[in-house]
Design a binder for this molecule. Structure first.
Ligand code: NDP
Length: 294
């Protein structure tokens, strides 16, 4: 049976370090500040924004939560972002995804001050990741996956990491991160997606298999080689009349059968999810230090 990689416990460890860094910044007169903008009333987005705001408050960060109506125009949202770019109490800005249809998300991301782009999606930060420039902000979920591996003492150096999914949020930046010529990286990377041939053969050859495709229970035992490490990024809602909420969360990995074959595995929930929020907090603290102490 696979060892369980406990994302909640590892996130708590991250917070211990972060609290120390935050205290240090505060002693220099800097309170890191995060602004989260929610446009519309998507229930999942609302829940994410609430937990980000709560975590900020727990850590003693300055937290601003802007809730805008679904009818918000592109121009109105841009004006909000520009005001936050100029706000010296704010070091991190994120616009919760997905925004309503009239909003061009890519354009909003480009309008962010890249130093405050704590999601790490601004082209300048993506370029820095590709260049291996450590001054950039790295997207939170890939950073969280790497930290899970490091804290679980899984050797990334030289390992074959297969990433299922090539989104700009997870797969692509994660590939860039784990292939860096640096400590806690140096992996051999294969990225597979919906057009890949022989997907199962490729995933079976992974030392580290990371699933980020948004397909409930897609990865089965036959996709996994004996002794592989399996990281499940997926968060999918499955209808479940027996549950109070009417649904339950499952990952992209069929946990029970894969756990019988893997050496280590993350659960859903309680794996990558808590690490994503922890890395958002970490990026906010990093941004605050870079902006205020420059
Ligand atoms: P996207 O829908 O943007 O991308 C999905 C990727 O998976 C695409 O590259 C797609 O291929 C590929 N894919 C989809 N179906 C298949 C298939 N059957 N076989 C092979 N490849 C496939 O998703 P995201 O990257 O945004 O999210 C992925 C999952 O991770 C979701 O469940 C999401 O909820 C979760 N997530 C979790 C986070 C966390 O904090 N734990 C944070 C962010 C996301 P193609 O490019 O060819 O279309």
């Amino acid at each position: 049976m696979a060892k369980l990689i406990d994302g909640r416990a590892i996130a708590e460890k991250v917070y211990v370090d972060l609290r120390r860094e935050i205290a240090e910044l505060k002693s220099k007169g800097v309170t890191p500040g995060l602004a989260v903008i929610l446009v519309g009333d998507n229930p999942a987005s609302r829940a994410y924004v609430r937990s980000k705001d709560k975590m900020c408050r727990d850590l003693g960060l300055h937290s601003v939560k802007l809730e805008l109506p679904t009818s918000t125009t592109q121009a109105e949202l841009l004006a909000r972002v520009k005001a936050l770019n100029l706000d010296s109490a704010i070091h991190g800005i994120l616009v919760q995804s997905p925004p309503p249809k009239q909003i061009d998300e890519a354009l909003i991301v480009r309008a962010l001050d890249p130093r405050k782009d704590v999601d790490g999606f601004h082209p300048e930060n993506i370029a820095k990741l590709a260049l291996g420039d450590p001054t950039g902000l790295v997207p939170c979920t890939p950073l969280g996956v790497q930290r899970l591996l490091i804290e679980s003492k899984i050797d990334i150096d030289g390992a074959h990491a297969v990433i299922l999914g090539r989104s700009m949020i997870v797969g692509k930046p994660l590939a860039l991160l784990l292939m860096q010529k640096s400590k806690n990286a140096n992996a051999t990377i294969t990225v597979v997606h919906s057009r890949s041939r022989d997907l199962e053969k490729i995933t079976r050859s992974a030392d580290i298999l990371i699933a980020a495709i948004g397909q409930p229970n897609f990865v089965k035992a036959e996709h996994v080689g004996d002794g592989a490490v399996v990281i499940d990024v997926g968060i999918n809602r499955l209808e479940d009349a027996a549950s109070e909420r009417g649904y339950r969360l499952v990952g992209d990995v069929a946990f029970d059968e894969v756990a019988g074959k893997a050496a280590a595995i993350t659960p859903v929930p309680g794996g990558v999810g808590p690490m994503t929020i922890a890395m958002l907090m970490s990026n906010t603290v990093k941004a605050a230090g870079a902006i205020s102490l420059a």
